[in-house]
Design a protein. Structure first.
Length: 175
């Protein structure tokens, strides 16, 4: 078991190191926020699903990791095509898909931070609603479904908070 944990922590360290490498190498070919966003959409959602699956195992909730990963990708698409465009279109009156940064449309940083936090909260609620059925049906033992909500909520809370913090760091480093 210790060997398994050490191997996974080493892999996560390599992934995190690769994420930070553009800052270390001053490879400014694109905004770190943009490139991290693409990386998050394509790769990190799978990693998040694996982490959430492993967090459920700490509660002895044996699950099908593939279903949890699928739920993460579906909630990502809803966030990308519904939640994010709603905020940029209705609050900042710009097209989400235009590539224009909505940070510069606020006269005060505090306005942007409040909007970010509201968007984060609504994305979190959306994620809970979309992903819960995937977590529910991923459990191999149907009797475990009664005790799923708290571990599900905690796993999603941990991963969403970690991603929000990472995005916050990238936003401030790229601005």
């Amino acid at each position: 078991m210790k060997h398994f944990i050490f191997q996974n922590s080493r892999k996560l360290s390599v992934i995190f190191g690769l994420l930070l490498s553009p800052f270390i190498a001053f490879a400014n070919a694109g905004s770190p926020m943009v490139w991290f966003g693409v990386f998050h959409l394509l790769v990190v959602n799978g990693i998040i699903g694996i982490i959430e699956s492993r967090l459920l195992l700490k509660y002895k909730l044996v699950n099908k990791t593939g279903l949890i990963i699928l739920g993460n990708y579906i909630s990502m698409f809803v966030g990308l095509y519904c939640v994010a465009p709603y905020f940029t279109n209705n609050i900042y009156h710009i097209n989400f898909w235009s590539g224009e940064s909505f940070i510069y449309h606020s006269s005060y940083v505090s306005d942007w931070i409040i909007t970010f936090l509201i968007g984060f909260f609504l994305s979190f609620i959306t994620t809970l609603v979309i992903e819960y059925p995937f977590f529910y049906f991923s459990l191999k033992n149907k009797a475990d479904r009664k005790q799923l909500f708290y571990p599900f909520f905690k796993a999603n809370g941990v991963t969403n908070l970690a991603m929000a913090c990472i995005y916050f760091v990238f936003i401030f480093l790229s601005s």
